[in-house]
Design a protein around this ligand. Sequence first.
Ligand code: NAP
Length: 482
Amino acid sequence: MVSRVIPVQAFDLVVFGGTGDLAKRKILPSLFRRFVAGQMPRDAFVIGVARSELDTKSYQDLVMSSLKEFEPELVASAELEIFIKQIKYVQIDAQGDFGWSDLADKVRKDAIQAFYFSVSPSLFGQLAEKLYKYSIASQSSRIVLEKPFGRDLSSARALNAVLKEHFSEDQIYRIDHYLGKETVQNLMAVRFGNMLFEPLWNSQYIDHIQVTVAESVGVEGRGSYYDQAGAMRDMIQNHLMQLLCLIAMEPPAKFSPDAVRDEKLKVIRALDPVNSSDIVRGQYSNSGSDKSYFDAVGNPSSKTESFIALKVQISNWRWAGTPFYLRTGKKLKARCSEIAVVFKETPHSIFGPDAGSHRNALVIRLQPDEGMTMDLTIKEPGPGGMRLIDVPLDMTFAEALGPEVDAIPDAYERLIMDVIRGNQTLFMRGDEVEAAWSWTDPVIDQWVSKGSKPSKYDPGSSGPEDSLMLMHKDGRKWREIS
Ligand code: NAP
């Protein structure tokens, strides 16, 4: 396989929050990788912006040391010196007026302009306002927004309204980095590029779907943010919701931004409210030298969940009767993200009762080891009658695609290049985000109004016992987190 790299046009990418964790760990290394791959051209510039008193030279040094830390294999390349020269810095306090004229001088009018808001969402409105006030952005500029996009429907609506005062929807790129993952896009390719699956992709043939996003780490340095959010707001409302949409949506008429996003929106609007008996929340306890959730966030009375499992139903013709089980949590036994589409059993077994129960499952693995497997039922080899076993048909990309798989851009690389190309397909539209909050808010209200506390679970486990029961009571079972 030969990977194709098509250079994008000249651009100026302004990174507000250019000294922050996300810029250092993800945005700048991603740009460097696209530069090394030949996609970011020599007449493209990155302008870091933050309050820190730095000049361009000291910011370039900061970028250099971040790249050394996060891209150690690439920093020896001759391209590093050239890339660094394409980086500039402007000191600005988003809340004040200092520095904006300097930024206006640096941003070219004849290049693509993108403004990445890698700062607290509380600054989004002021940034949008100042870009307009100082005539820096034009009608063709793009703005890129990081999650969280609001913490409920009313804050998301307010944020959309403030952005729309100065930018139209086709200029706004709301990032959900899960959508930039290769396997997530492959989900659409598998569904809509093959004849094999789509006729079976409905409640007549699919028993249930389970989506797991498990992390082995705890809240780490994000304790104060996380304790205000919890797993429902931090993961389900955005990442797992997006995965659910791509699994459940109808085929769009074409692969264009609004055609895809219209179909995703219909899925969100068809979600049923969730019964309280179909929600399990958990909070990790301490173990050995591992801190408990309470200690990690410094709040011994916290009722925030670090784990959640839900049974979700979609009320439409395709999915009525097929439940979607979603679970995500921290400090679980492994880091693993996967979607398992579990098919129904055959209507009748010609092999008799001893053949046991067998279900095909298409497993789409997002991390680690991106790829897909299809569990098929075959005859157990050897003499002695017809015994059946389930074996995975492995479609791991690394094997099928060879060494070129290493050249596949990661989510941030792809998404930033999509911003420059002006392709919004993999970004969330404003109405989509609001619809997701409309469904999420009443789910959260259920436990907030009751003041209920999450159940405890051991670090390194699969979450609270109740989450296993969520499926057991329906005669189903979660896949192992591994
Ligand atoms: P961070 O490490 O706290 O960095 C914040 C950045 O904003 C710094 O560069 C800071 O620089 C700048 N800043 C703060 N106040 C400012 C102001 N008034 N004017 C101009 N610049 C200001 O945060 P982060 O982790 O990079 O996160 C940035 C955004 O991405 C947040 O919305 C976060 O929720 C989101 N996000 C982060 C991650 C992640 O992995 N880090 C993942 C997903 C989403 P100065 O102090 O020099 O001004």
